[in-house]
Design a protein. Sequence first.
Length: 425
Amino acid sequence: MADKVVLAYSGGLDTSVAIKWIKEKYGFDVITLTIDVGNSKDFEAACQKALKVGAIKAIVIDAKEMFVKYFIFPALQANALYEGQYPLATALSRPLMAKLLVDTALAEGATTVAHGCTGKGNDQVRFDVGVHALAPQLKVIAPAREWGMTREETIAYAAKHNIPVPITRKSPYSIDECLWGKSAECGILEDPWTEPPDDAWTWTKSPDKAPNKPAYVEISFEKGIPISLDGETMGGVSLIQKMNELAGLHGIGRIDHIENRLVGIKSRETYEAPAAVVLLQAHQALEAMTLSKDQLRFKQKAAIEIADIIYNGLWFSALNRDLSAYIQSSQRFVTGTVRVKLFKGNSMVVGRKSPKSLYNLSLATYDRGDKFDQSAAAGFIHLWGLPVTTQAQIQLLSDIDDPMRLIAPKQKQLKKRAKKKGSKG
Ligand code: ARG
Protein backbone atom coordinates (compact mmCIF):
# COMPACT_ATOMS: atom_id res chain seq x y z
CA MET A 1 0.00 0.00 0.00
CA ALA A 2 1.26 3.45 -0.87
CA ASP A 3 2.22 5.91 1.87
CA LYS A 4 -0.27 8.70 2.45
CA VAL A 5 0.51 12.38 2.45
CA VAL A 6 -1.75 15.22 3.60
CA LEU A 7 -1.30 18.25 1.39
CA ALA A 8 -2.32 21.76 2.46
CA TYR A 9 -4.41 22.63 -0.55
CA SER A 10 -5.63 26.05 -1.62
CA GLY A 11 -7.06 25.05 -5.00
CA GLY A 12 -4.60 27.31 -6.82
CA LEU A 13 -2.20 26.32 -9.57
CA ASP A 14 0.78 25.28 -7.44
CA THR A 15 -1.04 23.05 -4.99
CA SER A 16 -3.13 21.50 -7.79
CA VAL A 17 0.02 20.62 -9.71
CA ALA A 18 1.51 19.35 -6.44
CA ILE A 19 -1.14 16.60 -6.22
CA LYS A 20 0.09 15.06 -9.50
CA TRP A 21 3.74 15.85 -8.89
CA ILE A 22 3.82 14.15 -5.47
CA LYS A 23 2.18 11.05 -6.92
CA GLU A 24 4.75 10.98 -9.74
CA LYS A 25 7.82 11.79 -7.73
CA TYR A 26 7.09 10.03 -4.42
CA GLY A 27 4.36 7.56 -5.36
CA PHE A 28 2.29 8.70 -2.36
CA ASP A 29 -1.51 8.79 -2.18
CA VAL A 30 -2.54 12.41 -1.69
CA ILE A 31 -5.22 13.60 0.70
CA THR A 32 -5.89 17.31 0.33
CA LEU A 33 -6.72 19.52 3.27
CA THR A 34 -8.28 22.90 2.58
CA ILE A 35 -8.52 25.19 5.56
CA ASP A 36 -11.00 28.02 5.84
CA VAL A 37 -9.42 30.86 7.78
CA GLY A 38 -11.76 33.45 6.34
CA ASN A 39 -10.40 33.53 2.81
CA SER A 40 -13.29 34.06 0.44
CA LYS A 41 -13.09 30.92 -1.64
CA ASP A 42 -15.28 28.27 -3.21
CA PHE A 43 -14.24 25.37 -1.03
CA GLU A 44 -16.58 22.92 -2.72
CA ALA A 45 -15.09 23.65 -6.14
CA ALA A 46 -11.59 23.29 -4.73
CA CYS A 47 -12.42 19.81 -3.42
CA GLN A 48 -13.94 18.73 -6.75
CA LYS A 49 -10.81 19.86 -8.50
CA ALA A 50 -8.52 18.05 -6.07
CA LEU A 51 -10.37 14.77 -6.62
CA LYS A 52 -10.38 15.29 -10.37
CA VAL A 53 -6.60 15.81 -10.39
CA GLY A 54 -6.14 12.58 -8.44
CA ALA A 55 -6.44 13.14 -4.71
CA ILE A 56 -7.86 10.08 -2.93
CA LYS A 57 -9.74 12.29 -0.48
CA ALA A 58 -10.44 16.01 -0.16
CA ILE A 59 -11.09 17.45 3.28
CA VAL A 60 -12.24 20.96 4.21
CA ILE A 61 -12.02 22.33 7.73
CA ASP A 62 -13.71 25.54 8.79
CA ALA A 63 -11.08 26.86 11.19
CA LYS A 64 -12.31 30.44 11.51
CA GLU A 65 -13.44 30.21 15.15
CA MET A 66 -10.24 28.49 16.19
CA PHE A 67 -8.20 31.01 14.26
CA VAL A 68 -9.82 33.93 16.02
CA LYS A 69 -9.78 32.44 19.50
CA TYR A 70 -6.28 30.98 19.63
CA PHE A 71 -4.33 33.11 17.19
CA ILE A 72 -5.88 36.45 16.22
CA PHE A 73 -7.19 37.62 19.59
CA PRO A 74 -4.04 36.70 21.51
CA ALA A 75 -2.05 38.65 18.89
CA LEU A 76 -4.46 41.57 19.31
CA GLN A 77 -4.10 41.48 23.09
CA ALA A 78 -0.33 41.61 22.58
CA ASN A 79 -0.62 44.44 20.00
CA ALA A 80 1.60 42.36 17.72
CA LEU A 81 2.67 44.30 14.64
CA TYR A 82 5.72 43.12 12.71
CA GLU A 83 8.21 45.95 12.22
CA GLY A 84 5.53 48.30 13.47
CA GLN A 85 3.46 47.78 10.32
CA TYR A 86 2.23 44.31 9.45
CA PRO A 87 -0.55 42.83 11.64
CA LEU A 88 0.70 39.30 10.83
CA ALA A 89 -2.37 37.83 9.15
CA THR A 90 -0.66 35.13 7.08
CA ALA A 91 1.95 34.57 9.74
CA LEU A 92 -0.76 33.78 12.31
CA SER A 93 -2.63 31.39 10.04
CA ARG A 94 0.32 29.13 9.25
CA PRO A 95 0.85 27.58 12.69
CA LEU A 96 -2.88 26.81 12.81
CA MET A 97 -2.61 25.15 9.41
CA ALA A 98 0.43 23.21 10.59
CA LYS A 99 -1.59 21.96 13.56
CA LEU A 100 -4.51 20.88 11.37
CA LEU A 101 -2.16 19.17 8.91
CA VAL A 102 -0.70 17.20 11.80
CA ASP A 103 -4.12 16.30 13.25
CA THR A 104 -5.34 15.15 9.85
CA ALA A 105 -2.16 13.19 9.08
CA LEU A 106 -2.44 11.33 12.38
CA ALA A 107 -6.14 10.64 11.88
CA GLU A 108 -5.61 9.41 8.32
CA GLY A 109 -2.51 7.35 9.08
CA ALA A 110 -0.30 9.46 6.81
CA THR A 111 3.47 9.47 7.17
CA THR A 112 4.00 12.81 5.53
CA VAL A 113 2.53 16.28 5.15
CA ALA A 114 3.08 18.69 2.29
CA HIS A 115 2.58 22.37 1.59
CA GLY A 116 2.83 24.60 -1.47
CA CYS A 117 5.40 27.11 -0.23
CA THR A 118 8.42 28.09 -2.26
CA GLY A 119 11.91 28.26 -0.79
CA LYS A 120 12.02 32.05 -0.68
CA GLY A 121 9.38 32.96 1.82
CA ASN A 122 8.54 32.83 5.50
CA ASP A 123 5.59 30.49 5.16
CA GLN A 124 7.76 27.41 4.53
CA VAL A 125 9.49 28.09 7.84
CA ARG A 126 6.20 28.43 9.70
CA PHE A 127 4.85 25.17 8.24
CA ASP A 128 8.00 23.12 8.64
CA VAL A 129 8.81 24.27 12.16
CA GLY A 130 5.17 23.96 13.23
CA VAL A 131 4.84 20.39 11.98
CA HIS A 132 8.20 19.31 13.37
CA ALA A 133 7.38 20.81 16.76
CA LEU A 134 4.02 19.07 16.99
CA ALA A 135 4.85 15.71 15.41
CA PRO A 136 8.55 15.08 14.85
CA GLN A 137 7.79 11.68 13.34
CA LEU A 138 6.08 13.24 10.30
CA LYS A 139 8.05 14.08 7.18
CA VAL A 140 7.42 17.37 5.39
CA ILE A 141 7.69 17.84 1.66
CA ALA A 142 7.42 21.14 -0.18
CA PRO A 143 6.98 20.43 -3.91
CA ALA A 144 7.30 24.05 -5.06
CA ARG A 145 10.58 24.30 -3.16
CA GLU A 146 11.86 21.12 -4.82
CA TRP A 147 10.58 21.06 -8.37
CA GLY A 148 12.48 24.07 -9.71
CA MET A 149 9.81 24.92 -12.30
CA THR A 150 9.15 28.50 -13.41
CA ARG A 151 5.57 29.70 -13.49
CA GLU A 152 5.42 29.00 -17.26
CA GLU A 153 6.74 25.49 -16.73
CA THR A 154 4.21 24.88 -13.98
CA ILE A 155 1.41 25.91 -16.34
CA ALA A 156 2.84 23.63 -19.05
CA TYR A 157 2.97 20.77 -16.53
CA ALA A 158 -0.66 21.42 -15.65
CA ALA A 159 -1.68 21.43 -19.31
CA LYS A 160 0.18 18.17 -19.95
CA HIS A 161 -1.60 16.46 -17.05
CA ASN A 162 -5.06 17.89 -17.67
CA ILE A 163 -5.00 19.95 -14.52
CA PRO A 164 -7.43 22.84 -14.89
CA VAL A 165 -5.69 26.21 -14.74
CA PRO A 166 -7.96 29.02 -13.54
CA ILE A 167 -9.39 30.68 -16.63
CA THR A 168 -10.36 33.90 -14.90
CA ARG A 169 -7.78 36.57 -15.64
CA LYS A 170 -5.32 35.95 -12.90
CA SER A 171 -4.37 38.75 -10.58
CA PRO A 172 -0.89 40.00 -11.43
CA TYR A 173 -0.09 39.71 -7.73
CA SER A 174 0.53 36.87 -5.37
CA ILE A 175 -2.26 37.11 -2.85
CA ASP A 176 -2.95 35.55 0.51
CA GLU A 177 -6.10 36.24 2.48
CA CYS A 178 -7.54 35.43 5.87
CA LEU A 179 -9.80 37.12 8.42
CA TRP A 180 -6.99 39.28 9.78
CA GLY A 181 -5.93 40.68 6.42
CA LYS A 182 -4.82 40.32 2.85
CA SER A 183 -1.28 40.44 1.48
CA ALA A 184 -0.16 41.17 -2.06
CA GLU A 185 3.29 40.92 -3.61
CA CYS A 186 4.98 40.41 -7.03
CA GLY A 187 4.36 42.20 -10.32
CA ILE A 188 4.78 45.96 -10.32
CA LEU A 189 4.79 45.93 -6.52
CA GLU A 190 8.37 44.65 -6.73
CA ASP A 191 9.41 48.20 -7.67
CA PRO A 192 9.51 49.96 -4.31
CA TRP A 193 9.42 53.40 -5.99
CA THR A 194 6.14 52.72 -7.78
CA GLU A 195 2.92 53.54 -5.94
CA PRO A 196 0.71 50.45 -5.67
CA PRO A 197 -1.80 50.66 -8.53
CA ASP A 198 -5.52 50.70 -7.83
CA ASP A 199 -5.92 47.02 -8.65
CA ALA A 200 -3.54 46.09 -5.83
CA TRP A 201 -6.31 47.05 -3.38
CA THR A 202 -9.45 44.94 -3.19
CA TRP A 203 -10.56 45.07 0.43
CA THR A 204 -10.50 48.83 0.84
CA LYS A 205 -12.00 51.75 -0.99
CA SER A 206 -9.60 54.39 -2.14
CA PRO A 207 -9.61 57.03 0.64
CA ASP A 208 -10.46 59.77 -1.88
CA LYS A 209 -13.54 57.82 -2.97
CA ALA A 210 -14.59 56.97 0.58
CA PRO A 211 -17.80 58.49 2.00
CA ASN A 212 -17.69 62.22 2.69
CA LYS A 213 -19.36 61.70 6.02
CA PRO A 214 -17.43 60.09 8.86
CA ALA A 215 -18.70 56.95 10.56
CA TYR A 216 -18.41 56.26 14.26
CA VAL A 217 -18.14 52.83 15.79
CA GLU A 218 -18.11 51.85 19.45
CA ILE A 219 -16.04 48.78 20.20
CA SER A 220 -16.40 47.10 23.59
CA PHE A 221 -13.66 44.89 24.99
CA GLU A 222 -13.66 42.41 27.81
CA LYS A 223 -10.23 41.49 29.13
CA GLY A 224 -8.65 42.76 25.94
CA ILE A 225 -11.02 40.89 23.63
CA PRO A 226 -13.53 42.74 21.45
CA ILE A 227 -17.03 41.51 22.20
CA SER A 228 -19.41 44.02 20.67
CA LEU A 229 -19.84 46.70 18.01
CA ASP A 230 -22.18 49.59 18.78
CA GLY A 231 -23.59 47.66 21.70
CA GLU A 232 -24.39 44.56 19.67
CA THR A 233 -22.68 41.53 21.12
CA MET A 234 -21.21 39.20 18.52
CA GLY A 235 -18.74 36.39 18.08
CA GLY A 236 -15.18 37.14 17.07
CA VAL A 237 -15.52 35.94 13.48
CA SER A 238 -18.53 38.14 12.73
CA LEU A 239 -17.03 41.07 14.58
CA ILE A 240 -13.86 40.95 12.51
CA GLN A 241 -15.79 40.47 9.27
CA LYS A 242 -18.00 43.44 10.09
CA MET A 243 -15.05 45.63 11.02
CA ASN A 244 -13.27 44.68 7.79
CA GLU A 245 -16.29 45.78 5.80
CA LEU A 246 -16.95 49.00 7.67
CA ALA A 247 -13.37 50.23 7.91
CA GLY A 248 -12.61 49.02 4.38
CA LEU A 249 -15.49 51.11 3.09
CA HIS A 250 -13.81 54.17 4.62
CA GLY A 251 -10.47 53.36 3.00
CA ILE A 252 -8.80 52.29 6.23
CA GLY A 253 -6.16 49.58 6.58
CA ARG A 254 -3.82 50.01 3.61
CA ILE A 255 -0.21 49.24 4.41
CA ASP A 256 2.83 49.52 2.11
CA HIS A 257 5.72 47.74 3.77
CA ILE A 258 9.35 47.08 2.88
CA GLU A 259 9.75 44.09 5.09
CA ASN A 260 12.60 41.95 6.31
CA ARG A 261 11.95 38.29 5.67
CA LEU A 262 13.42 35.64 7.88
CA VAL A 263 15.31 34.19 4.90
CA GLY A 264 17.29 37.41 4.50
CA ILE A 265 15.36 39.07 1.66
CA LYS A 266 13.89 42.56 1.83
CA SER A 267 10.56 42.51 0.06
CA ARG A 268 7.87 45.03 -0.77
CA GLU A 269 4.43 43.84 0.19
CA THR A 270 1.14 45.58 0.52
CA TYR A 271 -1.46 44.63 3.08
CA GLU A 272 -5.07 45.42 3.61
CA ALA A 273 -6.13 44.90 7.18
CA PRO A 274 -9.02 47.24 8.01
CA ALA A 275 -10.30 45.36 11.06
CA ALA A 276 -6.82 44.70 12.41
CA VAL A 277 -5.79 48.34 12.10
CA VAL A 278 -8.89 49.66 13.87
CA LEU A 279 -9.03 46.97 16.55
CA LEU A 280 -5.33 47.32 17.38
CA GLN A 281 -5.78 51.05 17.70
CA ALA A 282 -8.89 50.74 19.86
CA HIS A 283 -7.31 48.06 22.03
CA GLN A 284 -4.27 50.22 22.70
CA ALA A 285 -6.51 53.17 23.52
CA LEU A 286 -8.26 51.09 26.16
CA GLU A 287 -4.94 49.87 27.54
CA ALA A 288 -3.86 53.50 27.85
CA MET A 289 -6.81 53.95 30.25
CA THR A 290 -6.42 50.74 32.23
CA LEU A 291 -2.71 49.89 32.43
CA SER A 292 -0.08 51.75 34.41
CA LYS A 293 2.73 53.61 32.70
CA ASP A 294 5.17 50.86 33.60
CA GLN A 295 2.89 48.11 32.34
CA LEU A 296 2.48 49.96 29.05
CA ARG A 297 6.23 50.42 28.66
CA PHE A 298 6.99 46.79 29.35
CA LYS A 299 4.18 45.56 27.17
CA GLN A 300 5.56 47.48 24.19
CA LYS A 301 8.79 45.52 24.47
CA ALA A 302 6.87 42.26 24.73
CA ALA A 303 4.84 43.22 21.64
CA ILE A 304 7.98 43.52 19.52
CA GLU A 305 9.24 40.18 20.80
CA ILE A 306 5.92 38.43 20.19
CA ALA A 307 5.56 39.88 16.69
CA ASP A 308 9.02 38.53 15.82
CA ILE A 309 8.16 35.13 17.28
CA ILE A 310 5.01 34.94 15.17
CA TYR A 311 6.66 36.24 12.02
CA ASN A 312 9.65 33.96 12.39
CA GLY A 313 7.64 30.75 12.68
CA LEU A 314 8.23 30.14 16.38
CA TRP A 315 4.59 30.07 17.49
CA PHE A 316 5.00 26.70 19.22
CA SER A 317 8.07 27.75 21.20
CA ALA A 318 8.19 27.79 24.98
CA LEU A 319 8.97 31.51 24.87
CA ASN A 320 5.68 32.15 23.10
CA ARG A 321 3.82 30.21 25.78
CA ASP A 322 5.60 32.16 28.52
CA LEU A 323 4.92 35.54 26.96
CA SER A 324 1.35 34.64 26.21
CA ALA A 325 0.78 33.89 29.91
CA TYR A 326 2.11 37.36 30.68
CA ILE A 327 -0.14 38.94 28.06
CA GLN A 328 -3.20 37.16 29.46
CA SER A 329 -2.40 38.42 32.93
CA SER A 330 -1.92 41.95 31.63
CA GLN A 331 -5.43 41.99 30.15
CA ARG A 332 -7.39 41.36 33.37
CA PHE A 333 -8.67 44.93 33.58
CA VAL A 334 -8.64 45.86 29.90
CA THR A 335 -12.41 46.09 29.81
CA GLY A 336 -14.42 48.98 28.45
CA THR A 337 -15.53 50.77 25.32
CA VAL A 338 -13.68 52.80 22.71
CA ARG A 339 -15.30 55.10 20.17
CA VAL A 340 -13.51 55.34 16.83
CA LYS A 341 -14.11 57.79 14.02
CA LEU A 342 -13.60 56.42 10.51
CA PHE A 343 -13.04 58.94 7.79
CA LYS A 344 -11.28 58.93 4.42
CA GLY A 345 -8.56 56.39 5.11
CA ASN A 346 -8.07 57.43 8.68
CA SER A 347 -9.26 55.96 11.94
CA MET A 348 -9.04 58.01 15.09
CA VAL A 349 -9.94 57.18 18.65
CA VAL A 350 -12.24 59.93 19.89
CA GLY A 351 -13.59 58.45 23.12
CA ARG A 352 -12.82 55.76 25.68
CA LYS A 353 -14.31 54.59 28.98
CA SER A 354 -13.75 51.74 31.38
CA PRO A 355 -15.13 50.61 34.74
CA LYS A 356 -11.49 49.97 35.70
CA SER A 357 -10.12 53.19 34.30
CA LEU A 358 -7.05 54.68 35.98
CA TYR A 359 -7.88 58.07 34.53
CA ASN A 360 -8.91 60.18 37.49
CA LEU A 361 -10.66 63.43 36.67
CA SER A 362 -10.16 64.91 40.13
CA LEU A 363 -6.39 64.50 39.61
CA ALA A 364 -6.33 65.63 35.99
CA THR A 365 -8.69 68.58 36.06
CA TYR A 366 -7.69 72.24 35.97
CA ASP A 367 -11.17 73.15 37.05
CA ARG A 368 -12.90 73.02 40.40
CA GLY A 369 -12.75 69.72 42.25
CA ASP A 370 -9.00 69.44 41.82
CA LYS A 371 -7.67 66.93 44.38
CA PHE A 372 -4.08 67.04 43.24
CA ASP A 373 -1.81 68.42 45.94
CA GLN A 374 0.31 70.95 44.06
CA SER A 375 2.38 71.76 47.13
CA ALA A 376 3.82 68.24 47.00
CA ALA A 377 5.22 68.93 43.54
CA ALA A 378 8.09 71.17 44.67
CA GLY A 379 9.59 68.55 46.98
CA PHE A 380 9.15 65.85 44.40
CA ILE A 381 10.90 67.93 41.74
CA HIS A 382 13.77 68.74 44.11
CA LEU A 383 14.54 65.06 44.59
CA TRP A 384 13.80 64.10 40.99
CA GLY A 385 16.29 66.67 39.69
CA LEU A 386 18.90 66.10 42.38
CA PRO A 387 21.17 63.85 40.30
CA VAL A 388 21.11 66.31 37.40
CA THR A 389 21.90 69.40 39.49
CA THR A 390 24.59 67.58 41.46
CA GLN A 391 26.37 66.39 38.37
CA ALA A 392 26.02 69.72 36.62
CA GLN A 393 27.72 71.54 39.50
CA ILE A 394 30.53 69.09 39.98
CA GLN A 395 31.30 68.16 36.38
CA LEU A 396 29.38 69.76 33.56
CA LEU A 397 29.22 73.51 34.13
CA SER A 398 33.00 73.81 34.32
CA ASP A 399 33.76 71.36 31.51
CA ILE A 400 34.96 73.14 28.35
CA ASP A 401 34.33 69.96 26.33
CA ASP A 402 30.70 69.79 27.39
CA PRO A 403 28.65 70.03 24.17
CA MET A 404 25.97 72.02 25.99
CA ARG A 405 28.31 74.75 27.19
CA LEU A 406 27.02 77.12 24.48
CA ILE A 407 23.58 76.94 26.01
CA ALA A 408 24.52 76.81 29.67
CA PRO A 409 25.70 80.18 31.05
CA LYS A 410 29.42 80.28 31.80
CA GLN A 411 30.30 80.09 35.49
CA LYS A 412 32.18 83.37 35.24
CA GLN A 413 29.19 85.22 33.88
CA LEU A 414 27.01 83.80 36.60
CA LYS A 415 29.44 85.04 39.24
CA LYS A 416 29.62 88.46 37.62
CA ARG A 417 25.88 88.76 37.57
CA ALA A 418 25.65 87.72 41.20
CA LYS A 419 28.17 90.43 42.12
CA LYS A 420 26.30 93.13 40.20
CA LYS A 421 23.10 92.23 41.93
CA GLY A 422 24.87 92.37 45.28
CA SER A 423 26.29 95.86 44.67
CA LYS A 424 22.90 97.13 43.59
CA GLY A 425 20.92 95.71 46.43
N1 ARG B 1 5.06 38.58 3.83
C1 ARG B 1 3.96 38.12 4.60
C2 ARG B 1 4.44 37.11 5.60
O1 ARG B 1 5.53 36.68 5.51
C3 ARG B 1 2.87 37.59 3.73
C4 ARG B 1 3.15 36.31 3.06
C5 ARG B 1 2.06 35.88 2.16
N2 ARG B 1 2.20 34.52 1.78
C6 ARG B 1 1.90 34.05 0.57
N3 ARG B 1 2.07 32.78 0.39
N4 ARG B 1 1.50 34.82 -0.41
O2 ARG B 1 3.73 36.76 6.49
